[in-house]
Ligand binder design. Structure first.
Ligand SMILES: C[S@@+](CC[C@H](N)C(=O)[O-])C[C@H]1O[C@@H](n2cnc3c(N)ncnc32)[C@H](O)[C@@H]1O
Length: 319
């Protein structure tokens, strides 16, 4: 595929998002829509508020107390949906707030440079990955976790670092602006003492550049990624990178919408190295909202917005 064609794919992706930003006019959704510049504003699984700090727009995400997540997985502090709220009780300890800086300015050269889709918004798959990590925080205790293609916030990796006693959380993206934004996010949250992870770091990691991750070879217990398979040209590199990062017992959790034939083609590529499990239903609350949006929200396009869960386990030990 030529560089020109890749730029065209990304431009289509970006221009759809920019057009969607104009149509997203419900004042009640203003915060989510500015941050998630698309027609469909996400699954509303995390409670968000906005704060301006030194002229920059930050989003604050409520991090439910661990006990409440563990004992009542369907009772996370969620916004109301159809009059039904799953809020914490009054005696719950105060929630922590995860700070995410949201709007790196873009120039035309950004659009034609390295993939910039991560600088547009937090995509629905990232929100679902973060939500899934919240529900499963106990699984990550002591683990070394790496998020690939985390975009401008690496929301899911940040959520893991805020809620789990992991040994390492490594936030990555191949886009320098995303990496710079994530560095600011980690600096702020570290200064606020938000993380329970022992070590958290941010780095530029391109899936097709072995030198970006050679020092991490076979050292990671869990790779996570959201909405990273839409450019088929990178499927082989992404599969290779996940394989190289994981230790023999490691596994990967990816969330991605189907996006036409992209998911199917990724599954095919991944099957050469991994046992691949694909799940359409992985959480009752997400399934409920999916059904609700299918019936009531004409901006919701499951092929673009409903993420499937893809689990990858190694079929053979690393050489
Ligand atoms: C659609 S965005 C998803 C961002 C984020 N995970 C989310 O769902 O909000 C795809 C991300 O993958 C990153 N990416 C694309 N190709 C890459 C590559 N070859 N190496 C590393 N990152 C890449 C982009 O920079 C972008 O942040």
């Amino acid at each position: 595929m030529s560089a020109n064609t890749n730029a065209q794919i990304r431009w289509k992706f970006l221009s759809q998002s920019l057009r969607a930003r104009k149509r997203c006019s419900n004042p009640a959704d203003a915060t989510a829509c500015q941050i998630s510049a698309r027609n469909f504003c996400g699954f509303d699984l995390l409670r968000k508020t906005k704060e301006t700090i030194n002229g920059d727009e930050w989003m604050k995400i409520a991090v439910p107390h661990r006990g409440s997540v563990q004992s009542r997985p369907n009772s996370l502090a969620l916004p109301e949906v159809n009059g039904h709220s799953g809020c914490q009780t009054d005696d719950s300890p105060p929630e922590k707030q995860l700070y995410l800086k949201c709007s790196p300015a873009m120039t035309t050269s950004d659009i034609f440079g390295f993939d910039n889709t991560g600088n547009i918004c937090i995509w629905p798959a990232e929100e679902i990955l973060a939500f899934y990590c919240l529900l499963h925080w106990e699984e990550f205790s002591g683990a070394r976790i790496c998020e690939l293609g985390g975009g401008m916030t690496c929301l899911a990796a940040n959520m893991v670092a805020a809620t789990s006693e992991t040994s390492h959380v490594i936030l990555t993206d191949g886009n320098a602006k995303c990496v710079q934004n994530c560095e600011e996010i980690v600096k702020r949250n570290k200064s606020l003492g938000l993380y329970s992870a022992e070590n958290i770091c941010v780095r530029c990691l391109r899936w097709d550049a072995l030198e970006d991750y050679q020092d991490l070879m076979h050292s990671v217990d869990l790779v996570i990624a959201a909405d990273c398979i839409f450019v088929e040209k990178f499927h082989q590199a992404l599969v290779r990178c996940i394989y190289d990062l994981l230790n023999d017992k490691g596994y990967a959790l990816l969330f991605s919408p189907r996006r036409g034939t992209a998911l199917q083609s990724f599954i095919q590529a991944a099957s050469s190295e991994f046992i691949v499990q694909v799940m359409e239903k992985y959480d009752d609350m997400v399934s409920d909202r999916h059904r609700l949006y299918c019936n009531t929200n004409n901006t919701y396009i499951p092929d673009l917005h409903y993420p499937l869960l893809i689990k990858l386990h190694k079929t053979t030990a690393s050489p």
